[in-house]
Design a binder for this molecule. Structure first.
Ligand code: COA
Length: 399
């Protein structure tokens, strides 16, 4: 795949794709390990020692991957000071969309009033965010777009089996988003490694109504072979970090920060040991959020930035792994100044608010207009006659 010296060029010179905005959103409701112990036979000590998780956030009935993703997106647009109509592409990495279609990206595009943007969801489970950032970055680098919004958003609490203590303890809900923009300034996304091993499809899966055989699994609920997934994760995390740093021409010691998918603290410890790196180089917040699948990397990235752990010209590696089996790693050379020096233009802030409000009004107006035109259509005497004729024809066709 194309690295910093990638060869695809559609129009104009090859550009660099920089992360210029970031945002996150998590539900307010906290579920602690003790709360979980009231649902399944488990305890705080077991969960903490095997996973590192202390608590996770759980969406309420009014929240979904789309609403959380929208909140994270508005925060990211604020930091980047980008107007919704300047977004060219919205990609949402998620496994917990409200619908098969429309995509979560479609809903968020509408709510943002991003009137000139394409939008689609990307399914690569917990590796989805890295896949999505790479897709957006390559589109920017090729010159076909300039501004992309990439979101990882999940409501895992809706797909875990709350009777299965080996999976329900691991997951939580949340969303994170980044804005990527083209620039002539060197840096940004340097290179990526995307991988898949479909032979492991049954190790971690959520069957839909289209599945051919359920094989003992529950429709719409997650099932997992924890031990096998653990072995897979500990193998691919260090392998893909080595590969991606080599592709981007940096040594392991030149990596300033690793932002891994937040699945299990022991997986991160194993990767650190194999790579010979200090645990301080790994961002970890899974004690507070658990595994939020495609949302975990952007949430961890946001927190690392807010904590001042990322400075200009730092080399970051993001690494995701999960269902598929799929995994992905990416190096980024951080190209923009410290967050404290970033100030959104107050006029643009007002314009963004106006666009969001207008988008809501437009969505309501469109629904009303459709309902009204249906009423008019079916109250037209010609249509009423046609409908009667059709009904009669159908009756006569019946044996
Ligand atoms: N509370 C208490 N006991 C539990 C438990 C829980 N929540 N879940 C499982 N157990 C029990 C098991 O029943 C088993 O009991 P047994 O020995 O009497 O049969 C025992 O604990 C050990 O189970 P095991 O599955 O071997 O534990 P483990 O050390 O492998 O840890 C996971 C289980 C799920 C934490 C671990 O396999 C893991 O993290 N895997 C990776 C999962 C992951 O990250 N998935 C997402 C990837 S994106």
């Amino acid at each position: 795949m194309a690295a910093a010296n990638g060869k695809t060029r559609l129009n104009g010179p090859l550009r660099y794709a920089h992360i210029t905005g970031w945002g996150m959103a998590v539900p307010e409701t906290v579920m602690t390990n003790d709360d979980l112990a009231a649902i399944v036979e488990t305890n705080d000590e077991w969960i903490r020692s095997r996973t590192g998780i202390r608590e996770r956030r759980i969406a309420n009935e009014r929240e979904s991957s789309a609403t959380l993703g929208y909140k994270a997106a508005t925060a990211a647009l604020e930091v980047a000071d980008v107007l919704p109509m300047d977004i060219d592409l919205i990609v949402v990495a998620t496994s917990t969309s409200e619908h098969v279609f429309p995509s979560t990206a479609n809903r968020i595009q509408d709510w943002l009033g991003a009137s000139k943007s394409g939008a689609f969801d990307l399914a690569a489970a917990c590796a989805g965010f890295v896949y999505a950032v790479n897709m957006a970055a390559q589109s920017i680098r090729s010159g076909s777009i300039n501004t992309a919004l990439v979101i990882g958003a999940e409501t895992m609490s809706r797909v875990v089996d709350w009777n299965d203590r080996s999976t329900c303890i691991l997951f939580g809900d949340g969303a994170g988003a980044v804005v990527l923009q083209g620039s002539d300034q060197e840096g940004g996304v340097l290179s990526a490694v995307l991988r898949s091993d479909g032979a492991g499809h049954d190790l971690l899966s959520i069957p839909t109504q289209n599945v051919r055989e359920l094989n003992g699994h529950r429709l719409g609920k997650m099932s997992m072979h924890g031990g096998e997934v653990f072995k897979f994760a500990t193998r691919v995390v260090d392998e893909s970090i080595r590969q991606v740093s080599q592709d981007s021409g940096i040594t392991l010691n030149e990596i300033d920060l690793i932002i891994p998918h937040q699945a299990n603290y022991r997986i991160l410890q194993s990767a650190a040991r194999k790579l010979g790196l200090d645990m301080d180089k790994f961002v970890s917040n899974l004690d507070r959020y658990g595994n939020t699948s495609a949302a975990s990397i952007p949430i961890a990235l946001c927190e690392a930035i807010e904590q001042g752990r990322i400075r200009k010209d730092d080399h970051l590696v993001m690494v995701g792994f999960g269902g598929g089996l799929s995994w992905a790693a990416m190096t980024v050379r951080w190209g923009i100044p410290e967050p404290s020096s970033l100030q959104a233009n107050p006029l643009n802030r007002q314009r963004r608010r106006a666009v969001y409000a207008l988008a809501r009004i437009r969505a309501r107006w469109n629904r009303l207009r459709r309902a009204w035109s249906n009423i008019l259509r079916w109250s037209n005497p010609r249509n009423i006659r046609l409908m009667r004729l059709r009904r009669r024809a159908n009756r006569e066709k019946l044996p």
